[in-house]
Design a protein around this ligand. Structure first.
Ligand SMILES: [Zn+2]
Ligand SMILES: [Zn+2]
Length: 571
């Protein structure tokens, strides 16, 4: 059985149940989606969470009745009359938008729906389903249209598959980086600041520093040079780059002393202008410029989501200017960089996609073919499997997208390697070839982590907030048993901090159990408990989050142990 047909058919059953319970509710649309289905309703009173169980009960009756899904073709005018008579104004609106002369409707019992199908044979074939949530949704997704109520649900062929899926979404809820980010005091959003703009608190800022520090050093090891561009540039630059024409609605534009400027939505122009600052020879190439570049994009407030979709974020962005003959080698180097990085951060699974030439695009066939071959050959040489998104590339060149898979097998967009035929033309980029003539370099845009914000969100959810030692903002909680050993506890803290270990002393006047419990909630990798015995022998009682009680160690032994653990991870 096709899962999307099953799910869509289940959405009919749900709509039928809703209509039986609330005959005045009007129908919107009810498609199957990636993990289930939804149906939109226009109903004056809001659905309450407890309504879901009531609807489910009614659905079970409909499933039991085993109504056949009957397909019927109908003239458009006839269908329009039928749905208008039923008061289904949204359906009537949809019929008017259909260009064909005939439409199809599906009947199951007393329920009639405008629908292309296909459907399962009868309602009795629905076995395992669950209604999940209620949300608001504008008709056709347009903000000036009425707000409908959307009920999400899912369906599977077996109860077991459904149970596994429900377990997964429960686990995903627990790992939600928005929840953990708040609980662990990593970051917050503030209405006074504006939506989609992240405030990093000390622990979140430390995590970000650790990620950025690692990735910056890696770039230097791999032959990149650091550059830094300004956050605002005159609009003329964005006109030349094409952003003004193609990307303006996403940009923040303003005037200073009569001159128009824009906040950068991308880092490319800055790097290009550094390249252009002097004459380049073929001997200088490849040139690889890297910047942890913060960009601002005016995303619609409706799509903002925690750290995943924000209005201000930082990319680990680089631009590679190279010869045609160097493209494949450069792409291989980037792929190696991505795989090594994902491994270090604890991700061992990813999915790769190549997006090819769209209908509307610039550049000649020869360039597109060459770029496509360079991308696919690089993947083949690394024995990496990939899927192809035909026609999904940018208008200015093909690209590779790499999505990491987290512990729950969910995909997160991270790295992109993008060939660009447009910007070298627009900015008239050149190098002097071996024959003394001028040529255009090839330009690659690439990110490894992608958005540092999104990557941070992925890390938090992948580890459920329990970050590995090298990434933990606080690595060690020092817990003194009593006030009497406070001076020893302070000495331990000083020794750890001086050795580069992120330790924090819990000097609160709280019970020992409470302090231990709080360090656990904070998901700190190591706790050291110090009492009079430890103070007398200058030792520590170690408790590891991963391994439990580890007995007593001398302070310098403990320091060496932590340093070794970090070194093994981060080479
Ligand atoms: Zn249908
Ligand atoms: Zn770029």
């Amino acid at each position: 059985m096709d899962l999307s047909t099953l799910r869509h058919s289940t959405s009919h059953v749900m709509a039928q149940a809703v209509k039986q319970l609330w005959p005045g509710a009007k129908l919107g649309i009810g498609p199957s989606i990636e993990d289930g289905f939804y149906y939109d309703f226009d109903k004056p009173e809001p659905f309450e969470p407890e309504d879901l169980a009531i609807i489910e009960d009614k659905m079970r009756d409909i499933i039991k009745a085993n109504h056949k899904f009957e397909r019927q073709e109908m003239k458009k005018e006839e269908a329009l009359k039928l749905f208008t008579k039923m008061g289904e104004t949204y359906k009537a609106g949809l019929i008017k938008e259909i260009p064909e002369e005939k439409v199809t409707i599906y009947k199951s019992g007393d329920f009639v729906d405008l629908c292309r199908g296909p459907h399962i044979e009868s309602t009795g074939k629905v076995r395992a389903f669950k209604l999940l949530s209620i949300a608001g949704a504008y008709w056709h997704g347009i903000e000036t249209n009425p707000m409908l109520q959307r009920i999400y649900g899912t369906a599977f062929e077996t109860e077991e598959e459904l149970a596994n899926y429900l377990l997964l979404i429960e686990e995903a809820k627990k790992r939600d980086h928005r929840v953990l980010g708040k609980q662990l005091e990593y970051f917050s959003f503030n209405e006074e600041v504006g939506p989609g703009l992240v405030l990093y608190h000390p622990k979140g800022a430390m995590l970000r520093y650790l990620i950025e520090d690692y990735i910056r050093k890696q770039h230097l090891k791999r032959g990149y040079e650091l550059v830094v561009g300004p956050h605002i540039m005159k609009s003329d630059i964005w006109i030349q780059s094409g952003h003004y024409e193609y990307y303006k609605e996403n940009m923040y534009i303003f005037k200073i002393e009569g001159q128009e400027y824009a906040i950068k939505p991308m880092n490319c122009p800055g790097h290009i202008l550094v390249y252009k600052s002097k004459t380049r020879s073929y001997r200088d190439l490849p040139i690889r410029y890297f910047e942890l570049g913060t960009v601002y994009r005016n995303e619609k407030s409706g799509v903002l989501h925690g750290l995943l979709r924000v209005r201000g974020f930082t990319q680990d962005d680089a631009h590679i200017f190279c010869l045609r003959t160097q493209v494949e080698e450069e792409i291989i180097r980037v792929i190696d960089f991505v795989i090594d990085t994902l491994n270090v951060f604890g991700f061992d699974d990813f999915a790769v996609e190549i997006s090819t030439r769209p209908v509307k695009s610039i550049g000649n066939d020869e360039d597109w073919d060459a770029a496509h071959h360079a991308l696919s050959n690089a993947l083949k040489k690394k024995y990496i499997r990939y899927s192809v998104n035909e026609g999904e590339g940018a208008f200015y060149g093909p690209k590779i997208d790499i999505k990491l898979r987290d512990a729950l097998k969910r995909e997160w967009q991270c790295a992109t390697i993008q060939c660009d035929f447009a910007l070298p033309e627009r900015f008239d980029l050149k190098y002097i070839g071996e024959d003394g003539k001028e040529y255009r370099p090839i330009m690659l845009h690439r990110v490894i982590l992608g958005s540092v914000e999104r990557f941070t969100g992925a890390l938090i959810e992948h580890f459920g907030g329990a970050l590995p030692l090298w990434l933990s903002p606080t690595q060690v909680a020092i817990i003194p048993v009593s006030e009497k050993v406070m001076s020893y506890a302070k000495k331990v803290e000083r020794m750890l901090v001086e050795s580069g270990i992120r330790a924090s002393l819990d000097s609160r006047n709280e019970r020992l159990q409470k302090k231990i419990r709080d360090a656990e909630v904070e998901k700190i990798p190591y706790m050291v408990v110090v009492g009079e015995k430890e103070a007398a022998e200058q030792s520590l009682s170690i408790r590891s989050k991963a391994q439990g009680e580890m007995g007593r160690l001398m302070t310098d032994e403990f320091i060496q142990m932590l340093q070794k653990e970090v070194k093994e991870k981060v080479k």
